[in-house]
Design a protein around this ligand. Structure first.
Ligand code: NDP
Length: 434
């Protein structure tokens, strides 16, 4: 905190990891001698730059651009790019830190990184988004590469933005390579990558429910967000017999007591992906409840799948969820629950999975996209989906292995942190002081 003041999200993520790995860490005095914790708390490097671009009126605009390369002991740096007005160094450092341990959990050879800009695509024309992406890549290109650092999408960065950035990288480097994941299918993208984070979260949830002898059939589900992760989370929940009651965006949430069925979800996908509209329009079309400026956690349901952004469930909202009988919370977003909310879930002994484990499906399929690009082949959706499923089962097993407490309760936070950390720590020890 002395070295990095004013970075609350970063401190929050670091404290969460450190508080759960202490017991395991203390079993290895050699880690302390090698100063592993301090080395892991300082990213390998941080790039920070100005992005200058022209809007449709001919006005020159500036934004901040960043790439945080946190750790590459188990593979090239890997992690998404976020475009959102709230982006700052604290948020990107927390995401890069988390990414290192998440990527370690996937079993695939990927290090951890994150990048982005305080540019908001909201309300911008297609041409403005393209010019911004190109200007961003003008600087970023010199720091990334298919064997160095492989970015992907995140909030505000979907297939469109990845396409524009990839196109500019190709132009600048005169090289066609797998430098990005989440690419279009026509130019090296993987089948199931758009679906992967949402599907993966539901596969993880199913593993948790299995430990209680149940599944999704007939269960009611609250989802926040209506972007990439939220849409495919809803799709998989529907396929497995659950009923989705809510979705949201940064303006508010909708509550549909009849459930968001396939047809209604298609409407949301069109609304969000094609027209870039607001979730409020769903309520107008289907005549259901819309609550402006709020999150859906006050509604009653069996399961909550936060899929929008960090710190979107606070302690009071967690208590409300528990009081309403929620049995499982599985995080599609990164760090959506505050530390107090996590304590509430764990004290209530409900099933609670942190994003680091539950949303690792996205980066896992990104890893599979890198494999396909390296072999210059593409796999069928069945093959990618089966591998995704197996990876999520494996992550669940590791969480149970390292996170089961004396009374049998599985502390998935501890399990994920210890499993992720141990692999990174061992690789750091093996590679010496670098
Ligand atoms: P999208 O940009 O596709 O969607 C984000 C959704 O969350 C939108 O509905 C957006 O609303 C809403 N949202 C964003 N910021 C806020 C905010 N401050 N308050 C309330 N709502 C907000 O992003 P993704 O679906 O890709 O990402 C969602 C979460 O999942 C993030 O935490 C991300 O880090 C995480 N994640 C994503 C992965 C991926 O593969 N894409 C992989 C692993 C994790 P609006 O439309 O109004 O902006």
């Amino acid at each position: 905190k002395r070295r990095f003041p004013n970075e609350p999200e970063y401190h929050q993520a670091v404290e969460e990891v450190l508080s759960t790995i202490e017991e395991e860490y203390n079993k290895h005095p050699e880690f302390e001698k090698a100063n592993l914790i301090e080395r892991l708390c300082i990213p390998d490097r941080v790039y920070q730059f100005r992005v200058t671009w022209m809007d449709d009126k001919g006005q020159i605009q500036t934004n901040m651009g960043y790439r945080v390369q946190h750790n590459n002991v188990i593979g090239p740096y890997k992690g998404g790019i976020r475009f959102h007005s709230s982006v700052n160094l604290s948020i990107l450092k927390f995401l890069a830190f988390e990414q290192t341990f998440k990527n370690s959990l996937t079993t695939l050879p990927m290090g951890g990184a994150k990048g982005g800009s305080d540019f908001s695509p909201r309300g911008k024309s297609n041409a403005e988004v393209m010019r911004f992406c190109q200007a961003f890549m003008l600087e970023l290109n010199r720091h990334i590469g298919p064997d160095t650092d492989v970015p992907a999408g995140d909030i505000g960065v979907g297939g469109r933005e990845v396409g524009y950035m990839f196109g500019m990288y190709k132009k600048l480097t005169h090289e066609f390579s797998g430098v990005f994941t989440g690419k279009g299918l026509e130019f090296g993208g993987s089948l199931i990558r758009p679906e992967a984070t949402g599907y993966g979260n539901v596969y993880f949830l199913m593993e948790m429910l299995k430990t209680k002898g149940t599944d999704l059939k007939g269960k009611t589900v609250l989802i926040s967000g209506s972007g990439n992760v939220a849409q495919y989370t809803a799709e998989k929940v529907l396929q497995l017999g659950g009923k989705v009651l809510t979705m949201s965006d940064s303006d508010g949430y909708i509550y549909d007591p009849d459930g968001i069925d396939r047809e209604k979800l298609d409407y949301i996908m069109e609304l969000k992906n094609l027209y870039r509209g607001r979730i409020r329009e769903y309520a107008e079309k289907y005549g259901c409840k819309y609550v402006a400026g709020a999150r859906p956690w006050g509604e009653k349901a069996d399961i909550a799948l936060p899929s929008a952004t960090q710190n979107e469930i606070n302690g009071d909202q967690a208590r409300q969820l528990v009081a309403n009988g929620v049995m499982a919370v599985s995080e599609g977003a990164n760090m959506p629950s505050t530390p107090e909310a996590i304590r509430v879930f764990q004290e209530a002994k409900i099933l609670y999975a942190p994003g680091k484990a539950a949303n690792a499906g996205g980066v896992s399929v990104s890893g599979l996209e890198m494999s396909q690009n390296s072999e210059r082949l593409s796999w069928t959706s069945e093959e990618v989906d089966a591998r995704l499923h197996a990876i999520m089962e494996n992550i669940h097993q590791n969480c149970v292995k390292y996170g089961t407490e004396a009374d049998g309760y599985v502390n998935y936070v501890k399990g994920a942190n210890v499993a992720g950390f141990m692999k990174v720590a061992k690789a750091m020890m093996a590679q010496g002081i670098v």
